[in-house]
Unconditional design. Structure first.
Length: 201
């Protein structure tokens, strides 16, 4: 098998992008990009660090990010598994990319930029829910915003496909497999819903 190892060969296989692919790029929030992003309750954040790359879903019950100004967004780090993969990366390398999704839309808005992490009390207080605050907030400086091609979500029938979850392994089953039964299992799965409800924020 031969691999592509130069940009000229790569571009020769695809050709040049059309005008819409180039003119859609903004370098700060515009009225319509703002409306799209503030409708999103789910984003995927991609980071890079010495150990490699990481992608992590971030969700909220309202807008997933807060606008600080047209050039800056804030993303709360709500409770998770405390692996801190994305946060470790941001501390060491500020480059980030976010994909904002809205259920029912096949379009995705991508934001590329740089991020820093803060535990600022005033900013954390702006996200307070049920008396709880995120441990930290990711502050993102926008470099560019643009829409992704909708074909990927259309091909996958993301919002219209049938129930493929019925045959999926549960997290408890995966944990049991990975630890030869020492972690996870049916008990983990049965207790997860109540545990998540108590530790959502």
């Amino acid at each position: 098998m031969e691999y592509i190892d130069d940009i000229a060969t790569l571009e020769g296989l695809y050709g040049t992008p059309g005008a819409p692919a180039l003119c859609k790029v903004a370098h700060r929030l515009t009225p319509l990009y703002r409306k799209w992003i503030m409708t999103s309750r789910l984003c995927i954040i991609g980071t890079v660090g010495p150990e490699g790359v990481d992608s992590s879903p971030r969700g909220d019950d309202g807008p997933v990010v807060l606008e600080l100004d047209p050039n800056t967004l804030a993303l709360p780090d709500w409770r998770g598994n405390n692996r801190l993969d994305s946060l470790r990366n941001i501390v060491r390398d500020p480059r980030v990319s976010l994909l904002f999704l809205v259920p029912g839309s096949n379009s995705v808005v991508r934001l590329n930029g740089s991020a820093r992490l803060t535990a600022d009390e005033g900013l954390r207080a702006r996200f307070e829910k049920q008396g709880k605050r995120p441990a930290t907030v990711i502050v993102i400086e926008i470099a560019e915003i643009y829409t992704q091609c909708a074909r990927a979500l259309m091909r996958a029938r993301t919002w219209t496909s049938g129930d493929e979850t019925k045959d999926l392994p549960s997290v408890g089953e995966i944990l049991s497999e990975m630890t030869k039964g020492e972690e996870g299992g049916t008990r983990y799965d049965n207790e997860w819903g109540a545990r998540a409800a108590k530790t959502m924020w």
